[in-house]
Design a protein around this ligand. Structure first.
Ligand code: NAG
Ligand code: NAG
Ligand code: NAG
Ligand code: NAG
Ligand code: NAG
Ligand code: NAG
Ligand code: NAG
Length: 818
């Protein structure tokens, strides 16, 4: 009632003031007093150091108006929204502050759209946008940084956490600060996902979709969250406070670091860490990054191992609940005990190390017990399934006991957590495990390949910043964790004769490629990213992170990288026989590779692509498959290269969308070129184009025919329908060709370039169809893009020019070999 009265009064005041007020036009102040207002279109608040701006905006394609805070240099990055669930439908919103310090957002007819609902009455209140991005209400005469606020936007986050913002609980007032995703890029209203500091038992950060958990940081062990590699970041510092008054996570920029970073809960529930680099935002890490990050991916009592084959396994003493489902890689039902616990006749424990401890669903915690006491207590209680120290500091202390199912256990990439868990097993199980000692130690030793992007991203950054600041110290530890070798810049300079022109073998938008010879005699290809532009940094990170973990005979191997000062260099295996386009699009050279060899090349590319799509466990879409990105080794075995544009997709059929379409004309599928949608099926399209190019020796885009205006796809389609498909092959085939094989290849090519992505086969089917002569192939439907001869090339998309290294191009084109 009182609040209502205050509101009405405030509205009254506000209206009176608005009548008499001359509005400040276009001024940028950081403070609003009670006789001022902020009106849509007229005025904004700008923080003292020009970092943040508060005002009205319309997100994306929406026509609705919202009051929000954004980065002044990147206005489309909105970090806070006031009226997220109550938009203004026109641009006549007004923000005022009452004499009592309540912020009011009114629509044109004076109705309250949003208010700060401040309880504290402030004398002579002002609203101030701080340099931290925090909008605060405080007494006018207080220093801006006094940290005594009647109200602050940092207490009511939307989807973004900024430096200095607490995520978690004020245990005295019961205030919880948590993130809630936007609904979509056009709609900031309360979305599906929330991020909370869960303080039941040991604290952990949890992302929810509605009420179900989708992502979990792992338990706080006194030092860190076990499943989230947050410590040791070079750019920002993580702060955790868990005491009787407060429970929160916060980050702060490191001293002398003016990098701007933010943490965001994306509309699809990913927890993203972003860094601004020359007013461009780069995603440094995104969780979940891999399948094992997904909450409970392997079901109850399962354990997820990213390098395991299969990825899910049962915990020791457990067996799949449904063997059939487990065999078809459906893990959802998890595992059950092989043998029931035998409480009376005694059970014992097996130790697991280097895992993220199970979620605290049914548990018991005593922070002062020792491990031995914990063990005894667990043994006494027949429903105790496992126990562990709750805190790893000073040799470990506290007792955590789990009852019921153990959920969301994964093998960690960084295994120095020192928080072991003891699983309870009946003695009979333990005997059989001891009999199979090798198996027993799998979890304990197993793999720590340097591959996790999350860790990798941090590691790369660590190195990057360490080198940049010439710091020494933590470096050697980082290099230990990085299995990808780091090359010394001096060695690269000497290998390429100081990047001399004679060593240059290719050039693209992001920098030249050099051939080099290490002192060991090994030949290498050196991709040196241009240092004068921030452009390409994203692609660099992307490429390193992806390729480091890919190993397949049909993919170019990354040997290492070099990051020193401004230099960012990738070192690849050298491919002496140049790229595929060098052969197939040249009238003379094409005769060097006969049909049999070409068929081998086709199969090799298909297998490499299948590995990316399915077998590497990461589901990667290459996005720029083309003849010039297929390198050939000395035996003309194909290797797919250039992962600068590659993306990890969630699952293979799902389409992702990008705002900036980057690719190469002639190879892009309709849905990608037109709508920016990419999936494994857009790679299948590119593969189909490539296959038809290999058969015909003609470029899809450059194709010219005296009788019609179609491109190569259209030409192939016409021939196919006229039963003259064999005419597609280039003149050099001679007798070496096998007509049946050739026809099948053309049919596969046409199937791959079908207009609708759902009609196209997966790469698994393609490999099968290519390798099995008996396979029955469906009839292809009309290809996509077979007539779009003169499509508008200057459209908004950034495109790669196949012929010359254009400014926007990411690829290394005109490559003479690596
Ligand atoms: C607004 O109020 C302040 C005192 O709070 C006063 O100094 C200032 O002159 C007033 N401005 C206008 C435009 O009335
Ligand atoms: C202002 O808000 C009220 C209440 O929601 C609504 O009835 C009215 O139409 C709004 N006025 C404008 C101009 O949007
Ligand atoms: C905000 O308003 C709601 C009702 O609209 C009330 O229940 C709540 O106590 C208010 N909070 C404060 C801090 O005044
Ligand atoms: C908690 O708050 C009380 C009262 O404000 C204070 O005395 C105490 O020192 C605080 N505890 C911590 C750990 O900050
Ligand atoms: C996996 O098994 C569960 C339970 O039997 C079933 O509901 C679900 O649809 C299966 N998932 C898939 C992808 O087949
Ligand atoms: C926790 O353990 C300690 C030491 O064994 C004991 O003194 C204390 O009573 C226990 N607390 C609870 C709540 O069980
Ligand atoms: C085991 O521990 C749980 C949780 O503390 C408790 O509810 C249960 O009663 C205990 N059972 C026995 C047999 O002690």
């Amino acid at each position: 009632m009182l609040m209502d009265a205050i509101h009405l009064l405030s509205i009254f005041y506000a209206l009176v003031f608005l009548q008499t007020l001359s509005i400040f036009c276009g001024t940028a102040d950081d403070t609003m007093t009670s006789n001022q207002s902020i009106t849509d279109g007229d005025k904004t608040l700008v923080s003292s150091g020009q970092s943040f701006e508060l005002g009205f905006f319309a997100p994306g394609k929406s026509k609705n108006r919202y009051l929000g805070i954004w980065y002044k240099t990147t206005p489309d990055v909105v970090v806070w929204v006031a009226n997220r669930d109550n938009p203004l439908t026109d641009s006549h919103g007004q923000l005022t502050i009452t004499n009592h310090g309540n912020l009011l957002l009114l629509n044109r007819t004076g109705f309250l759209v949003w208010s700060s609902n401040t309880s504290m009455v402030t004398k002579d209140p002002v609203a101030r946008l701080l340099e931290s991005g925090n909008l605060v209400v405080q007494e006018k005469n207080r220093e801006a940084d006094s940290e005594i606020y009647a109200w602050q936007s940092f207490d009511y986050p939307t989807d973004t956490s900024l430096a200095g913002m607490k995520i978690g609980w004020d245990l005295k007032t019961g205030l919880e600060r948590y993130l809630t995703s936007w609904k979509s890029a056009d709609d900031p209203s309360t979305g599906e996902f929330t991020l909370h500091m869960d303080i039941k038992g040991m604290p952990q950060i949890v992302v929810y979709s509605g009420t179900s958990r989708t992502l979990r940081s792992g338990l706080w062990n006194g030092v860190m969250f076990t499943g989230m590699y947050v410590n040791g970041d070079p750019v920002y510092e993580s702060i955790f406070v868990f005491d009787e008054n407060e429970s929160y996570y916060m980050f702060k920029p490191k001293v002398n670091k003016d990098e701007v970073t933010r943490l965001r809960l994306s509309n699809s529930g990913n927890l993203e860490r972003l860094v601004m680099h020359n007013t461009e935002w780069t995603t440094m890490s995104s969780m979940p990054y891999e399948l094992c990050d997904r909450y409970g991916y392997c079901g109850a009592n399962g354990v997820c191992r990213i390098n395991g084959d299969p990825i899910c396994d049962c915990l020791k003493g457990f067996t799949p609940k449904s063997q059939q489902e487990w065999e078809v890689l459906n893990w959802s039902n998890g595992c059950v005990r092989k043998t029931p616990l035998d409480c009376k006749n005694g059970d014992d424990f097996v130790k697991l190390v280097g895992v993220k401890l199970p979620d605290l669903l049914e548990f018991w915690l005593n922070k002062s017990m020792s491990l031995q006491e914990c063990k005894e207590m667990c043994l006494k209680n027949c429903s105790c399934a496992a126990y562990a120290n709750s805190d790893i500091r000073e040799g470990g202390s506290g007792c955590l006991m789990w009852f019921g199912n153990l959920v969301d256990v994964r093998e960690l990439r960084v295994k120095d957590t020192e928080q072991d868990i003891y699983l309870r097993l009946p003695k009979s199980e333990l005997k059989s495990i001891n009999g199979k000692r090798k198996l027993n130690t799998i979890l304990i030793v197993s793999t720590t390949s340097c591959s996790g992007m999350f860790v990798m991203a941090l590691v790369i950054w660590c190195i990057f910043w360490r080198k940049r600041t010439n710091g020494r110290g933590q470096g050697s530890k980082i290099e230990d964790e990085l299995e990808l070798p780091l090359f010394d810049l001096a060695a690269i300079i000497s290998a390429t004769n100081n990047f001399s022109a004679e060593h240059m073998i290719g050039a693209g938008g992001f920098g030249p490629v050099f051939k080099g010879k290490l002192s060991t005699g090994q030949e290498i290809a050196v991709k040196r990213l241009s240092k004068d532009s921030g452009q390409g940094f994203k692609e660099f990170m992307n490429e390193v992170n992806l390729i480091a973990k890919l190993q397949h005979r049909n993919l170019v191997a990354l040997l290492g990288c070099c990051i020193q000062g401004e230099e960012r260099i990738l070192i690849y295996e050298y491919m002496p026989s140049k790229s595929l386009d060098y052969f197939i699009f040249d009238d003379q050279r094409i005769s060097l590779i006969g049909w049999r060899k070409r068929f081998d090349i086709v199969k090799g590319i298909a297998r490499g692509l299948l590995y990316l799509h399915r077998d590497s466990k990461l589901q990667i879409v290459h996005r720029d498959l083309k003849a010039s990105n297929i390198l050939l080794d000395i035996n003309l075995n194909p290797k797919i290269s250039d992962f600068g544009l590659a993306r990890i997709v969630e699952d293979d059929e799902k389409e992702a969308t990008t705002r900036i379409v980057i690719g190469t004309y002639g190879y892009m599928s309709p849905e990608y070129a037109i709508d920016g949608k990419f999936s494994v099926k857009s790679d299948v399209f590119s593969f189909g184009v490539l296959l038809l190019e290999i058969i015909s020796g003609k470029r899809n885009r450059k194709f010219i025919h005296p009788n019609h205006d179609h491109n190569l796809l259209g030409h192939a389609w016409l021939l196919w329908n006229e039963d003259r498909a064999l005419n597609l092959m280039d003149a050099s085939f001679g007798d070496s060709s096998d007509e049946c094989q050739l026809l099948r290849c053309i049919q596969v090519g046409l199937l791959c370039v079908q207009k609708f992505s759902h009609d196209r086969p997966t790469m698994a089917s393609v490999v099968f169809m290519l390798e099995n002569e008996g396979a029955v192939l469906p009839q292809p439907k009309e290809p996509g893009f077979f007539m779009e001869r003169s499509s508008n090339e200057e459209s908004s998309s950034k495109l790669r020019n196949e012929e010359s290294g254009s400014q926007n191009a990411v690829t290394l084109t005109k490559l003479n070999g690596r």
